[in-house]
Design a protein around this ligand. Sequence first.
Ligand code: 5RP
Length: 274
Amino acid sequence: MDWGLQNRLFRMINPVTRRTVMLACDHGYFMGPTHKLENPRRTIEPLVSYADALAVTRGVLRTSVDATWRVPILLRMSGGSSILSEDLSDEGVISSFKDALRLNVSAVALSIFVGTRHEKQTLLNLGKLVDLGNEYGMPVVAITAVGKELEKRDARYLGLACRLAAEIGSHLIKTYYCTGFDKIVDSSLVPLVVAGGPRLEKESDVFQLVYDAIHDGAAGVDIGRNIWQHNAPIAMIRSIRAIVHEGATVREALQMFEENRVNHGNVMKAVTVD
Ligand code: 5RP
């Protein structure tokens, strides 16, 4: 891996733990003003210092993220459909590579929709982005998207999607956690980070997901809704960090959550005004 590409990658991945906690705030590109992300700055600002990287579109980056904040950016480059479309897989590339360089981002991300009508176009988009990424030293993160079909999140499907992404040349892959995840890690050739998905019922469910993902070999997580849709988002991300970077158990993460929920009460109130 060339120096520039490696350097950008290790802005997002802690070089000591070799893991990462990314904060995902790129939902608006197809979901619009998602609950608790209506005003991205209000959501992101209190959390940004706890994130190893921030996943956003260029629109959110330019309007809602200060250039002075010391957070590496994972720029979402794919889009073109909305939550109102029948088929979310009809995506293209929505930002130029030149703009990604101008924005000085640490990596670019693009969704692939394996097994859908638009499988081919999303895989070819990934190939083109990887060519540019290799040329300019920019890591490319493939996202194995499932659209509205959340039930697709099983080892057979995700193992296939991750391997395709790796064969096309992705430097990192964002996917979902599932039973048999260790086998997906083994066959995916490049590091995997796990997305959170829709809100889980209990804090312990989130911490268990993170714990299992890390223990099955994930290089980290890229979580959005299970952090910022929670009424104690700072306490959530701090406990997630403890699992990912400090080897905390689910029980320790829960204990820490209860302590931080009290200590950060005022800050969280400001973040969670509906
Ligand atoms: C949105 C995404 C998100 O970044 C990804 O799903 C992670 O966020 P969440 O934890 O809320 O699922 O790709 O399109």
